[in-house]
Structures are given as C-alpha cells and as structure tokens.
Write a protein that binds this ligand. Structure first.
Ligand SMILES: [Mn+2]
Length: 356
C-alpha cells in the first residue's frame, strides 16, 4: 500500500490515531530523510518558531490556527514534543508526518525529552502502551529521535537549539562534526545542547541545578555570538509564565509553547515569528478551550470515527484520555536513569518537576 501522507495528516487533525504499521513506515522514511540533515540545519526566514509542546496536542492545533498551516507557514520546532501532556502520540505523529510531507518547510530539533530514558519516566512510554497495547510505537518514535538534528541557524544570524550552550563548544563548526545518531548521553556537548539554561545573574558557565547541562551567563553568550558571527540565540526548554523571555540585552530569547503547562500551571505560551529582515515577533496565546474537558465521550467519538476511516485506525481505544497529566512515573528502569541524570535526586516524589 502506498503511504498517503495527506490522509494521515487529515486524520490526525481530526484527532484520530494512525495505525501502528503506518507509524512504522512513517518513522522509517523520516529516519532516512533526517539522516541526510546536518547537525546544524541552515534555513531562511520567514519562519515561525515553536518551543516546548509536551504532548499538549490541542494547543498544537491552536498553534496552527494562530500561526498558519503547513506549507503556507514555515515552522521550526525546538523540541520537547512528548511527555507530561496527554497526547504525545498524536503530537509526534502529526509532527513526523508534516516533516516527511514538507521537509524543507518543517524543521524538528531534538529536545532533552526526545530520549528513551526520559520518556520512560515522564509519560510517553505509558501513553504508547495505553493507546497501542504494546511498546512498538514507542520504539519507532524513540529510534527516530536519534536522528533529529541538534540545531538550526536562521539566515546566518540566529542560532537555535533546545537548551543552550556548552563549555566544550566554541564554534558552530564543532557541532557539525559531532556524532548525534545516538541516545542523548548523560554529559558532554550533545547533552549540554539539549539541557543547558541561561542564567542572567552570571557571566560564565556554572553547574546546572537540573543535574545535566550547564547554566551560562552574559559573557558566554557574547563570546559565542561574536566568534560565530551571529546576533541572537533562540531556545526553549524553560517554562515562561508570559510565554517568552528575552535576556542579555536582546541577545537570547526563550520561547515556550505549552500554555497552562501540565493543565495546571496557568502560564501563557507563545510562538515566535521571525520575519525576512530578521525581526522577531512573539505571538502570545492561551490554552485551547478543548483542554478543559478531555472527556471519555470525546475518546469514544474518536474511536468510532476511526473505525470507519479506511484502515488508518490503530485498533485500540484512545484510552489515555482522562488519566491525569503525569501518567508515567512507575517505570523502574526509566526512573533510575533519570534520577542519575539529575544527580540522584528522586524527582518521582513530585508529580510535576518544572525543571524537566
Ligand atoms: Mn526541555
């Protein structure tokens, strides 16, 4: 059977899951596509930049409503597509389809949650088990994660990454020669790119309270931009109550795209529109109204609609709906990995860890 990506995208927009065999094929094809991408993908403005989504699929649909649909709007997603929210599967499915359908117009950067260890603890693994009855879909997507690029440069001016800078990376050329096709290591330059955070109270690098990556200050940012001939760093990874934050005399921005994070933080979200002249505009938005009642009725409707839709349906009910935002903290091995990433702290005691 020929893969009909437009049909897949349509059914996802109608809140219907794809069949496991379809996800397998999409992931295999997308891996091939990503394999040829550099660790630093160069793109041109205009582009709309999206920060953390964390499985908040209804809010992602809102983003397309606000920012425009593909391929009319070019998108750069900065990672953390999965975990925390109730719809990581739908979120990853639609983003993967869009990347495969419009490879030049959609860029997907890897976040620290695009990892086997982290997704076993923070929801994605459990969600895959609930929605498909096996871990296959989780395997397809987490294998795909190993191929996601690490950074994007817009018009040779704006360096974009999920987390931030690394004490062992001085030039963008150094990123280009890294071996990225693997699980995110616990330390080293690849870990730093997805885990680090800016610290406006400092000038240099310091140990990160996350237990992975570093915090970095004003001098680090200035030096990196100067040495690489760039004028801005754009990243995600940190909850911003106003949806975004601009630091270091307009040299670094954080964009956060999960409104009312975990369905309870009460924060705003934003997408950042970068114009052809390099101008930056944060488009701020609130949580989508659909989030208020992700009811069992809704899940049932989705199952019924799926049953009649030409074999795209997964065959297992969308039963993760209504199970609470943090469904996945029970996996022993995942918990151990993440605890060690976090310097031994037992984050599983706290239902929401804003640090991750
Ligand atoms: Mn993150």
């Amino acid at each position: 059977m020929v893969l009909d990506l437009d049909a897949c995208i349509n059914s996802l927009f109608q809140r219907q899951l794809l069949a496991e065999s379809v996800i397998k094929e999409i992931c295999e094809k997308t891996k091939e596509l990503l394999m040829s991408e550099s660790n630093v993908v160069h793109i041109k403005a205009p582009v709309t930049v999206v920060g953390d989504i964390h499985g908040q699929f209804y809010d992602l649909l809102e983003i397309f409503k606000i920012g425009g649909y593909c391929p009319d709007t070019n998108y750069l997603f900065l990672g953390d597509y999965v975990d925390r929210g109730l719809y990581s599967v739908e979120t990853m499915s639609i983003l993967t389809c869009l990347k495969l359908r419009y490879p030049e117009r959609v860029q997907l950067v890897r976040g620290n949650h695009e990892s086997r260890a982290v997704t076993q603890t923070y929801g994605f693994y459990t969600e895959c088990m609930k929605k498909y009855g096996s871990a296959q879909v989780w395997h397809y997507f987490t294998d795909l994660f190993d191929y996601l690029t690490l950074s994007v440069v817009i018009d040779n001016m704006i360096f974009c990454v999920h987390g931030g800078l690394s004490p062992s990376i001085h030039t963008i050329d150094q990123i280009k020669v890294m071996d990225r096709f693997k699980e995110i290591p616990h330390e080293g330059p690849m870990a730093d790119l997805v885990w680090s955070d800016p610290d406006p109270g400092r000038e240099e690098f310091a140990v990160s309270p996350r237990g992975a990556g570093y915090t970095f200050g004003s001098l680090v940012v200035e030096k990196f931009l100067h040495e690489n001939g760039m004028d801005h760093i754009l990243r995600a990874h940190q909850l911003c109550m106003e949806g975004f934050q601009v630091l270091f005399d307009d040299q670094l921005s954080t964009v956060w795209s999960a409104p009312n994070y975990c369905y309870r933080c009460g924060n705003l979200a934003s997408i950042l529109e970068v114009g052809v002249a390099g101008e930056r505009h944060f488009n701020v938005f609130e949580a989508a109204p659909e989030n208020e009642r992700p009811s069992a009725t809704q899940a049932q409707r989705s199952v019924l609609a799926n049953g009649a839709s030409a074999g795209l349906f997964a065959g297992v009910g969308a039963s993760a709906i209504g199970n609470g935002a943090n469904s996945g903290s029970s996996n022993g091995s995942g918990g151990t990995s993440v605890s060690s990433i976090n310097g031994g702290a037992d984050f599983t005691q706290d239902p929401i860890h804003y640090f991750l």
